[in-house]
Design a protein around this ligand. Structure first.
Ligand code: SAJ
Length: 407
């Protein structure tokens, strides 16, 4: 296949790495974003996301003129839509909002010609790819020999470039020919397998992957609360249960954070509320786990204060939404620490991946373990994995919610 010109719409965590990767693979890439600040900075080779290797690829792409960034869509052969799809809370459930996908579709409509590929990568409710087709028809676009497909991103933040190249991809076309054409395009820069399916299956596949994790984590979190009542170490329980060849339970923690696993299940619920009972319950259990953690710490701290007549010093270890990253978005660890702080408890935090926080005092790990009355290990950052007998601890209470301490 001849190298095509590609327009990437939305230059965030997925769009930008995709754009720089394509540009470094010989494509002429046009990056489009509605945020003028992002456009201006990218043209100056300044990044607005934290992601390894993207910086280097951006510099090369811009210097060689293979990537041009602007706030205007230009005529290309391939359009990849990577815009956000937020979820808005309505009567206690989250409803997906695909307004940005609609706006992106309208922006490319005037440029579509015979032979073009239109690819949707944003996480979307089932039926969104078809909506793109319907909208383009409404806008008067001739879709004969135009190929539309859904191809969800499946990358892990922190490892995006590698996973964009190596992960298997699902391509769900609105027609067999669309699946085939779009698969051939991805095969030019993806080393993983490319699996062809229909658009609706591809859309639900992305939501299924993240819901699977949410449900499995909810099971682990539920077990952790049951084990607490029974006086059983949940981490050991899961370890020995997972020795069964067909059992693979995930890990309990302080709840599910980030902007994918805790949100995407709602995209399924909003499609079929009646039949998504387990998915809804899993969301409920994972949300409840955070409250349970807060209550446990508070109960101990209140008893301490009554017994000793002073407020205990509580150190929260980890604020990020998962281990070894600096991302605090939708972090349940942060929620635990901030709630304790807001409710008047004496809280400090240790977060080796950030240098300051607007609300919480950051202290060193050593300070925390030598000078706190209560230690709450909220995130299993590599710095927090320690053997209790080897550390100098005051007679301190330790809540290890993520199995960081080795016995
Ligand atoms: N977590 C647990 N227990 C576990 C595993 C995770 O409590 O056993 C928690 C983490 O601490 C974190 C949350 O779940 O708070 C989510 O972490 P994650 O590593 O599972 O997921 P994300 O949000 O970083 O990335 C996910 C990935 N999806 C899957 O692994 C199925 C990634 O591949 C997706 O591309 C991304 O969501 C996305 O954009 O959808």
């Amino acid at each position: 296949m001849k190298k095509k010109t590609v327009c990437v719409i939305g230059l965030g965590y997925i769009g930008l790495p995709t754009a720089v990767l394509l540009a470094n693979n010989g494509f002429s890439v046009f990056g489009y974003d509605t945020n003028n600040k992002i456009v201006k900075n990218l043209n100056k080779k300044i990044l607005h996301i934290v992601e390894p290797n993207v910086d280097k690829l951006l510099k090369t792409a811009i210097s060689k003129g293979r990537l041009k960034v602007s706030n205007k869509v230009v005529k290309c052969d391939v359009y990849i839509i990577c815009v956000p799809t937020p979820a808005n809370k309505k009567n206690n459930i989250y409803v997906p909002n695909i307004d940005y996908v609609i706006a992106a579709t309208k922006s490319i409509a005037p440029f579509i010609k015979k032979g073009d590929l239109i690819i949707l990568e944003s996480t979307c409710p089932v039926g969104s790819t078809k909506k793109i087709e319907d909208l383009l028809i409404k806008e008067g676009v001739n879709l004969k020999d135009v190929y539309i497909a859904y191809c969800p991103e499946r990358v892990l933040p922190g490892n995006i470039i590698k996973e964009l190249i190596e992960n298997d991809r699902i391509v769900g076309g609105l027609s067999l020919k669309s699946s085939k054409k779009v698969s051939s395009f991805y095969s030019l820069f993806v080393k993983g397998k490319i699996i062809q399916t229909d658009a609706k299956s591809a859309e639900l596949c992305k939501l299924t992957e993240n819901s699977f994790r949410d449900v499995n984590i909810a099971f682990a979190n539920e077990l952790s609360m049951i084990c607490e009542n029974l006086g059983i170490d949940v981490f050991n329980l899961i370890k020995i249960a997972n020795k069964h060849p067909r059992v693979n339970i995930l890990q309990p923690g302080v709840g599910v954070g980030g902007h994918c696993i805790a949100i995407d299940p709602w995209f399924i619920v909003s499609e079929d509320f009646k039949n998504s009972k387990l998915i809804q319950k899993a969301r409920e259990v994972n949300e409840f786990k955070t409250k349970w953690v807060i209550k446990k710490i508070k109960t101990y701290a209140d008893e301490f204060a009554i017994k000793k007549g002073i407020k205990p010093k509580i150190a929260c270890l980890g604020l990020a939404f998962k281990p070894d990253i600096d991302d605090l978005r939708e972090s349940k660890a942060l929620k635990v620490a901030e709630t304790l702080f807001d409710d008047g408890y004496k809280v400090t935090a240790v977060e080796p991946n950030i240098s300051s926080h607007n609300k919480l005092d950051l202290i060193s790990f050593t300070n925390a373990i030598e000078d706190s009355d209560i230690i709450c290990i909220l995130v299993k950052h590599k710095e927090f994995i320690f053997t209790k007998s080897k550390k100098k601890l005051r007679p301190t209470k330790i809540f290890d919610f993520c199995n960081a301490i080795k016995q």
